[in-house]
Design a protein around this ligand. Structure first.
Ligand code: MG
Length: 260
């Protein structure tokens, strides 16, 4: 019995090393969720660190001074701490949510993996930015760190790998510029139009108007559940390393005047 358990644990570890083979097929795709056989996109070294300050109409969500725009998911003060003008994850202290709610947005966010890197695959500086608390653009140190394609930095978690692996080395900051168009729902709760996400990682396009299949759960196919026109944005504490964030700002988008 003991031997069986050891062998079972080893098989489990092997299976989880980079991806899965026992997950459901993603609708409309030849691949399974977190498919270990799904090709990983090619590496493209970015030009370096990308940063710029918030434009005049942005809502600043973090400027290095305080965590006033954030709350702990589930209630209470954020468990993360201010370190040298950054917001550092305190592992196992919980996820953060914005106090404000947003619909269609342009989000700028900079994050720094733990350096030197520890662990591998999904346990190397994992975090994530979740729009509406449920649609994740993955954050992960993917510099010389193999993991499943739909779990890489720039991936729509569990759905779409990034076009390329545009990770900086963990000694540098990584920058997201994301355009998130919220899904719309009909009065009966059915889907009218899916969420659409465009992502630049370190200035390199990795998602373009990618239509989400639903939320982004682990090992399961995502689905939509009707919600309102605005929701909070969540940053994930994956309970691994103390990664850092800085210079987070957001612009609310209103296309109605432009297109009337
Ligand atoms: Mg994550």
């Amino acid at each position: 019995m003991a031997l069986f358990l050891v062998e079972s644990a080893m098989a489990d570890e092997k299976q989880h090393a980079t991806g899965y083979t026992d997950t459901p097929v993603i609708p409309g795709s030849k691949w399974k969720v977190h498919d270990d056989d799904r090709p990983r996109p090619p590496v493209v070294a970015p030009g370096g660190e990308v940063t710029w300050p918030a434009p005049a109409d942005a809502i600043v969500l973090f400027d290095g001074k305080n965590l006033d725009e954030w709350t702990r998911k589930g209630g209470g003060d954020p468990g993360w701490k201010l370190v040298d003008g950054t917001m550092e994850v305190v592992p196992k202290s919980g996820d953060l949510l914005t106090k404000r709610e947003f619909g269609d947005v342009q989000l700028h966010l900079e994050w720094h993996p733990h350096d030197p890197p520890e662990s591998n695959s999904q346990h190397r500086s994992n975090s994530g930015v979740f729009f509406f608390d449920r649609y994740e653009v993955q954050i992960l140190d993917c510099y010389e760190n193999k993991t499943y394609g739909d779990g890489m930095a720039g991936a729509i978690y569990g759905q779409y790998p990034p076009l390329v692996n545009a990770a900086n080395p963990p000694s540098k900051w990584q920058t997201y510029d994301i355009v998130f168009i919220a899904p719309r729902f009909k009065d009966d709760g059915s889907l009218e139009s899916p969420a659409k996400v465009t992502v630049f990682l370190n200035g390199i396009l990795v998602q373009h108007a990618t239509e989400l299949l639903g939320n982004t759960p682990h090992k399961r196919v995502g689905s939509y559940k009707a919600h309102g026109p605005k929701g909070p944005i969540r940053l994930q504490d994956h309970r691994d390393q103390p990664i850092r964030f800085r210079n987070i700002w957001i612009r609310e988008l209103d296309f109605s005047k432009q297109r009337e």
